[in-house]
Design a protein around this ligand. Structure first.
Ligand code: GDP
Ligand code: IMO
Ligand code: MG
Length: 424
């Protein structure tokens, strides 16, 4: 697998961190291509738990070069704090490469994110309030500030002033906030620049050379397919493209460079934030998923909404990403249930659907049609081969494969590194 994309096939938090950590054993480069510190990727190594928001999960291995590519948005303080945290725990971050074209999350982006959500009231998206949406808005508005701007203080100060010209009007006149001071912001960011400079690079060229040399490059998606700005459950989405196309655009390589696209999905499904969720369970079963699955946000601590696996959504993820294989996580949590349901269709507004609906109104009114499968009710966290799994668990996995048309190449049965089954 010379170049592989690992991405979320659901609404995020599928276990991408642990999956990336697994594949990174044999990777030369591990690349974050979109999103920012709205992500929270967990890696568990023995007694140690690492929660990474910006640093690619490959940082754990001394042989892998972690790359933060141009499609990301970077809060420099968060990144430096994360690097300090890793260093203090014995993880070497000196190999990190940061794209000079990545955009910066500025203090006014965070202020705007918080205040815009507050003004939306009942209609709020439930963002992580890390400034993601406003930073990408400025990027597309063409007044964003990029990492490279940090290294020319005059240009940097000018750009902050230009951006604040409009933003302060928005903050004061629309959102009743105090204006923000450009020179205070510039002073703070120019300090970060001194520390970041040694890590900044042309990461598109770096990856091009690596791929030409036959190196193994792993692309680590953040968020998930259903949170994609173009293909997710808009407007309840994030502001970037977690889908496979985002990996090439956000890294500055061409689509022909990608060999494998691995979707990560839980054996059930979760969502944090607002928006439609057809298989959501507001009952004891949902509660059990939250508690046994530890379904609380890594970034915000928010309780995640949980429900049965949605095969329409998963088939949709196979389609929009051209997934080649699925990595199924957390099926150990399903051991708690006597029977397991999976959504194989929806009814909405008097019609039946067997493909993920394109219209928000249809999705909002969906009632899932479930198929019920036998549970296994035994502890599977010690299984290491497919054949070790109870037949009911094997049947569950085969049922998913049939429905989505691609192989389930790996199954994880616990959060730790070795708690997985490879079927390669
Ligand atoms: P990510 O954002 O996709 O990287 O996922 P998160 O780290 O936000 O959430 C996944 C959570 O599930 C983390 O706490 C992981 O340690 C945990 N996890 C991952 N795989 C498994 C698994 O197979 N079983 C169990 N029980 N937990 C898992
Ligand atoms: P990882 O990479 C789950 C959700 C937020 C909100 C919406 C928009 O850990 O899977 P944003 O702050 O991005 O503008 O919020 O997207 N969201 C996530 N949900 N996992 C994530 O990341 C998420 N990143 C953003 O909850 O609904
Ligand atoms: Mg997460």
């Amino acid at each position: 697998m010379p170049s592989t994309v690992v991405l979320g096939a659901q609404w995020g938090d599928e276990g991408k961190g642990r999956v990336t950590d697994y594949f990174a054993q044999s990777a030369d480069y591990v690349v974050r291509y979109q999103g920012g510190n709205n992500a929270g990727h967990t890696i568990i190594i023995g007694d140690e738990k690492f929660a990474l928001s910006l640093t690619p999960s490959g940082v754990m291995y001394p042989h892998a070069v972690p790359v933060i590519a141009s499609g990301t948005v970077i809060d420099p303080k968060v990144l430096l704090d994360e690097m300090d945290m890793l260093e203090s725990r014995g993880v070497d971050t000196s190999r990190l490469r940061i794209s000079s074209n990545a955009h910066l999350i500025m203090p006014y982006h965070k202020r705007l994110d918080a205040v815009m959500e507050r003004f939306l009231g009942r209609n709020q998206i439930g963002t992580t309030k890390k400034g993601i949406g406003p930073a990408y808005t400025d990027k597309y508005q063409r007044r964003g500030i990029r990492v490279q701007d940090l290294f020319d203080p005059k240009i940097f100060r000018d750009k902050v002033d230009v951006a604040l010209g409009d933003t302060n009007k928005l903050l004061t006149r629309v959102y009743n906030q105090l204006p923000m001071d450009g020179s205070t912001i510039a002073d703070e960011y120019l300090e970060y620049a001194k520390r970041l400079l040694p890590y900044v690079d042309d990461t598109s060229l770096l990856l091009w050379n690596a791929l030409k040399d036959g190196k193994h490059v792993l692309f680590e998606g953040a968020q998930g397919t259903l949170l994609d700005i173009d293909h997710g459950t808009y407007p309840f989405v994030t502001s970037s493209n977690p889908t496979a196309g985002g990996a090439v655009v956000g890294s500055g390589i061409g689509p022909k460079m990608i060999d494998e696209i691995v979707g990560v999905a839980k054996g059930y499904i979760s969502r944090v934030g607002t928006g439609p969720f057809p298989t959501e369970l507001n009952d004891e079963i949902g509660e059990t998923m939250v508690e046994l699955g530890g379904e609380y946000g890594v970034v915000t601590g928010r309780r995640r909404r949980c429900g049965w696996l949605d095969l329409l959504a998963l088939r949709y993820a196979v389609r929009v990403n051209s997934l080649t294989q699925l990595f199924l996580t957390k099926i150990d949590i399903l051991s708690a249930f006597d029977t397991i349901k999976v959504a194989t269709g929806y009814t909405s507004l008097g019609e039946q659907y067997d493909e993920f609906p394109r219209q928000q109104r249809v999705l909002y009114n969906c009632a899932p049609i479930y198929e019920e499968l036998a549970g296994w009710n035994v502890d599977i966290t010690g299984c290491r081969e497919f054949g070790d799994l109870p037949t009911e668990a094997q049947d569950y996995i085969r049922f998913i494969e049939q429905a989505i048309g691609i192989p389930v190449g790996w199954v994880s049965v616990g959060p730790e590194r070795q708690q997985l089954i490879s079927r390669q």
